[in-house]
Design a protein. Structure first.
Length: 200
């Protein structure tokens, strides 16, 4: 038993020495690998081309753009003359008939009415006309109580104007009482009619 103890110490010593040698060998290998890697990196870095800076951009000149302006085509329109105003002939016209016993120097009626006293000797009829050619055949009919008393043919001297007619009793006598009517015809057409009454 005593002889085996020294042998045990020897074995343990050899084992310890072997472990140290392995550790040292591992450290050397790691150191050598690190040194090799650093050498490779240095070589790659030395051989790598230096980065080139981008060249200054070339300034392009702005394109010259000439806008095309479409010129309007002016066409002289054909002159159209506006026809002169042509007066439209007026339709023959006779205004309302007004009755009065008195009138002014300008033949303007005074105090027009449709009823007169029984002593009235003369009644005047007033009206305006237009559109009736001068020289046209005009006929007036005086009617009393539905019966024709007198008729006359006359004409106007102008195509437009004012006119006065009158009816009076015979021999300076008063007009007969009743409903009197005046009808005015142009040609064969009745243009206007008016009435008044002589009181009894």
């Amino acid at each position: 038993m005593k002889r085996s103890i020294p042998i045990l110490f020897l074995v343990l010593g050899f084992i310890a020495i072997a472990c140290n040698l392995f550790t040292l060998a591992q450290v050397d290998a790691d150191t050598e690998e690190t040194a090799l890697a650093q050498s490779v990196d240095a070589t790659l870095t030395a051989n790598a081309p230096a980065p080139s800076l981008p060249a200054s951009p070339t300034r392009l000149s702005a394109p010259t753009h000439t806008p095309k302006i479409a010129m309007p085509t002016i066409t002289n329109p054909t002159s159209t003359l506006v026809p002169e105003h042509t007066a439209t002939p007026r339709e023959p016209f006779i205004s309302e008939i007004l009755f009065s016993t008195e009138y002014s120097d300008e033949s303007i009626p005074k105090d027009t009415t449709s009823e007169f006293d029984k002593d009235t000797k003369e009644v005047n009829a007033y009206f305006s006309y237009c559109g009736i050619p001068a020289g046209s055949r005009i006929t007036r009919y005086w009617i009393l109580n539905g019966k024709e008393v007198v008729s006359r043919v006359f004409s106007f001297t102008d195509s437009c104007g004012d006119y006065r007619l009158s009816i009076s009793g015979s021999g300076n006598s008063p007009l007969d009482p009743g409903m009197w009517e005046l009808n005015i015809f142009v040609g064969n057409k009745l243009m206007q009619s008016g009435k008044f009454r002589i009181l009894r």
